[in-house]
Design a protein around this ligand. Structure first.
Ligand code: GAP
Length: 454
């Protein structure tokens, strides 16, 4: 039977993220703000890697996809047309006893407010209301007046910014269907029960691509994008056994979808959606044509017209961030010491290499290490660390997933070579100081597979 749980717990990942400065609870000095997080240095570097690898696969390495960056606050008519004002809701139940609120369709994932904590509805004291629909969009006001005429929404998905620009982009991008528009940016949802660290948050960064195709080809492109996205997640180093595709039943699909498949990851909370791939048909372009009066259609050079169908792969950086850390986390005993190591694919690792002078107060070692660091940092994110025992410095780098450490030691002073230590195998070899840059460039291009793979 397929596993249903990761061996690593979410608490372990949360504590590593805090200890090593990846992620902090937001507004902490004011008591926090439920399920809101701030990213520290390594968190920012890891997010940058995820975003740039996505843009590279979606835009840089393809001829048929262009980039867009649309506004977060759009004309509220956009959300009327898209169906979000009437339909972007989750069923909400209140517990009259513990005064907490839960998603009625996810009670099995929630905890009742009473101790010992059970699922809402499981204790005789639970007194749940009937479910009612709760709209997840955050409302705000644009301009100095705070009345109904100035009401607006923070976008709950980046996709609508793409649809409303279809005409602009298709006229100027010199592309014809099949072609796509890709966008990365913050989205906001007033989730009823956020939680499980970054897995479900109210403010997150989506990476969405809308691929416009001739209607007759939609099914074929839907299958194509499921396969492409699955293989991209594998290319980040996520283990094959922790990924699967699950097709939604008709009842489960969103209002706009004529087919949706989730790429699921085996998180510590079980199999959950990492990325969704949807066949949105002609729903969005038709809705915006009707509501705006602007025809969003494709006109062939021979005059033939049609409304393209849309295939959409959509994922958040946060869900990938958690999946990468869960997948990479490992503890092992080396000699008589335990080490925690993040076995991240070198191409996603926040820091690519550490440069360590063995004895920092030795001028020869310190000078050479600093010079090597200054050379490498022009090309890669690398770190110079001279604080503490060498063993402690190695363990710090292991915990943030740095694949290689170059150590400048006594022998360097004699023969101008350094030791390179490999994070996963702990193997060490010597390299000429002058060849380190080329060695690192080459190492970053090599294939990598998780040593924890089956
Ligand atoms: N435009 C389609 C759309 O937004 P979705 O399934 O609601 O579809 C797409 O969201 C992706 O955004 C999800 O697969 C997930 O990766 C991410 N996502 C959605 N809600 C999220 C949340 N509250 N926190 C973190 N990521 C979220």
């Amino acid at each position: 039977m397929a596993e249903t749980r990761q061996p690593v717990t979410m608490d372990t990942i949360v504590s590593l993220c805090r200890r090593r400065g990846f992620v902090f609870p937001s507004s902490e000095i004011y008591g926090g703000l439920g399920s809101t997080y701030d990213y520290g240095h390594y968190g920012v570097l890891l997010k940058n890697q995820i975003r740039s690898l996505w843009l590279r696969a979606m835009v840089q390495e393809r001829d048929d996809i262009v980039a867009l960056d649309s506004a977060i606050i759009l004309n509220p008519a956009v959300w009327e047309a898209s169906g979000h004002v009437s339909g972007f809701t989750d069923p909400l139940v209140d517990c009259r006893t513990c005064k907490l609120r839960f998603r009625a369709d996810q009670l099995e994932l929630a905890s009742c407010g009473r101790k010992p904590s059970k699922r809402p509805g499981e204790t005789p004291d639970c007194d749940l209301t009937e479910p009612r629909q709760f709209n997840l969009m955050f409302e705000t006001h644009v301009g100095a007046l705070q009345d109904a005429s100035s009401a607006a929404y923070l976008r709950p998905e980046t996709a609508q910014g793409i649809f409303i620009n279809f005409k602009n982009v298709s006229q100027l991008a010199r592309r014809k269907p099949p072609f796509g528009i890709a966008q990365v940016g913050k989205s906001f949802r007033n989730e009823i029960t956020p939680g499980n660290f970054l897995f479900r948050v109210r403010e997150f960064e989506q990476m969405e691509m809308e691929f416009f195709v001739p209607p007759a080809d939609a099914e074929e492109w839907y299958a194509y994008w499921i396969e492409q996205r699955l293989s991209w997640h594998r290319s980040l180093g996520l283990r094959e056994s922790n990924l699967r595709v699950r097709e939604h039943s008709a009842e489960e699909r969103s209002h706009y979808s004529s087919g949706t498949s989730d790429i699921e990851y085996l998180y510590p909370i079980g199999w959950q959606e990492l990325e969704g791939v949807a066949n949105r048909g002609e729903y969005d372009l038709t809705q915006h044509t009707q509501h705006s009066g602007t025809k969003l259609e494709w006109i062939d050079p021979d005059g033939g017209r049609y409304t393209p169908h849309v295939i959409e792969p959509a994922v958040s950086i946060e869900r990938i961030f958690v999946a990468l850390l869960c997948d990479a986390y490992d503890e092992e005993v080396v000699g008589d010491r335990e080490r925690t190591v993040l076995r991240l694919h070198p191409k996603v690792a926040p820091v690519k290499a550490a440069i360590l002078p063995l004895i920092p107060r030795d001028e020869g070692m310190a000078g050479r290490a600093r010079a090597l660091y200054e050379e490498l940092r022009r090309h890669h994110v690398v770190e110079h660390d001279e604080g503490g025992q060498i063993g402690r410095r190695y363990r710090r780098q292991d915990e943030i997933g740095t694949p290689w450490a170059f150590t400048v030691d006594e022998q360097t002073l004699e023969d101008e070579t350094v030791t390179v230590r490999e994070r996963d195998s702990l193997a060490q070899e010597r390299l000429p100081l002058s060849g380190v840059r080329a060695w690192l460039d080459d190492a970053l291009e090599r294939d990598w597979r998780s040593p924890q793979s089956d």
